[in-house]
Design a protein around this ligand. Structure first.
Ligand code: ADP
Ligand code: BMX
Ligand code: MG
Ligand code: CA
Ligand code: ZN
Length: 352
């Protein structure tokens, strides 16, 4: 039997035994359903209070409102059923989505062409009516920032910014420990920082946004230009990309991954595209440093590691000296937007 002295502090392991303790059990079973809607993918996960992804599902994000809402409800229902078998108690649903979101009302106010038929949408009601659970919603970049704050490099950091690269570029700003949403929920749309007066067209309808230079979709567009030999008709770039990636046939569309691979193998044209993209992102980060002066910038998403060095370089070249002491890191989280969606549930549902 355990003898505990009054007034003395004991580690949980002493009270509950090592491993499988009650506290461990609570952290492992109390869970959230997390949804992340991006320009390409629709992900649903069961996430427990330790921030562990107990189970993850991924489907292409459908192109119409009806198909998309139908698939969200189906994936959530299926996940909730699986949660029972996995011994997870679902406290609520957290939704991370591209677009301007009013989190108080659970509304998606508007979206760029990256997600069609996704403006003026009440996403909370259909999910809570179907699953009989409370629902939290925020923009995906904002969710990524919440994940860094709870589980990542942003723990105990008062002022930081995150930039997440997927199909587009999402952003989240934590100021004095809280997200900035702005006056009409359009704060921290960091993908649409303008980095050139003209430049390539962006899905938002503008030109020269950093997203149009450095997003997954922008790199894919450039990869296909190289692949088709359209970049400069005088040189056979298409051949180069094909030789360097045997899996890519002439008829197959090139992706951002092909471009990165080609650059790694020394293709000068692919290198030039990545250099421009990295510089564009660096310029955007400098603009952010001069606006909110964070102490930390966290880069996440599939392209983060490619962008770390160029972003640091542009900061050293262009930032005002008072802003340039900022730390720049790549995220160590598996899926920040999904984790952040879960954190909205785990933080609020357990607050008493
Ligand atoms: P979203 O949230 O926008 O739906 P994801 O975060 O799942 O998308 O990222 C998808 C994007 O990442 C696509 O634009 C794709 O081109 C790009 N991508 C996927 N895998 C890789 C890779 N291995 N290297 C570079 N880019 C990739
Ligand atoms: C777009 C915009 C942002 C979003 C970002 C990243 C829409 C639909 N999306 O800039 O709100 O944060 O993409 O999204 O307006 P992802 O598709 O790369 O995850
Ligand atoms: Mg995304
Ligand atoms: Ca944002
Ligand atoms: Zn834009």
């Amino acid at each position: 039997a355990l003898e505990l002295q009054f007034g003395k502090r004991y580690p949980c392991s002493k009270i509950y035994g090592d491993g499988g303790s009650d506290i461990d059990h609570i952290l492992e079973t109390q869970s959230a359903l997390a949804v992340d809607l991006g320009g390409t993918n629709l992900r649903v996960a069961i996430v427990n209070m330790k921030g562990e992804m107990v189970k993850k599902f991924c489907q292409p994000n459908p192109k119409t409102y009806e198909d998309r809402m139908g698939l969200i409800l189906k994936m959530c229902t299926d996940a909730a059923i699986q949660a029972v078998d996995l011994n997870c108690r679902i406290l609520g649903v957290g939704v991370s989505t591209g677009g301007r979101v009013n989190p108080k009302e659970g509304l998606i106010i508007d979206s760029t062409k990256l997600i069609q038929e996704w403006s003026g949408i009440d996403i909370r009601t259909p999910i809570s009516d179907t699953l009989h659970l409370p629902v939290w919603v925020d923009n995906d970049g904002n969710c990524a920032a919440l994940a860094e704050k709870k589980f990542g490099h942003g723990r105990e950091v008062e002022d930081f910014v995150t930039i997440i690269t997927g199909t587009g570029i999402g952003g989240g700003i934590i100021q004095h420990g809280e997200l900035i949403h702005g006056s009409t929920f359009c704060g921290a749309e960091l993908g649409h920082i303008t980095v050139s007066l003209d430049g390539p067209e962006c899905k938002c309808g503008n030109r020269g946004c950093v997203e149009a230079y450095a997003s997954g979709q922008a790199l894919q567009r450039e990869a296909n230009k190289l692949h088709d030999g359209l970049y400069s008709p005088t040189q056979p770039y298409a051949d180069l990309l094909m030789k360097e990636d045997v899996a890519l046939k002439a008829s197959e569309p090139a992706t951002a991954a092909h471009l990165i691979n080609a650059a790694r193998l020394g293709n000068p044209n692919a290198e030039a595209v990545l250099r421009t993209a990295g510089t564009a992102l660096g310029v955007a980060v400098v603009n952010i440093l001069h606006t909110v002066n964070p102490s930390l910038v966290v880069l996440s998403g599939v392209l983060a590691s490619s962008y770390l060095a160029p972003v640091k370089k542009v900061i050293s070249q262009r930032a005002l000296s008072s802003a340039s002491s900022v730390t720049v890191l790549t995220s160590n989280l598996e899926d920040p937007a999904l984790l952040g969606a879960a954190s909205m549930v785990l933080d609020y549902a357990t607050r008493r």
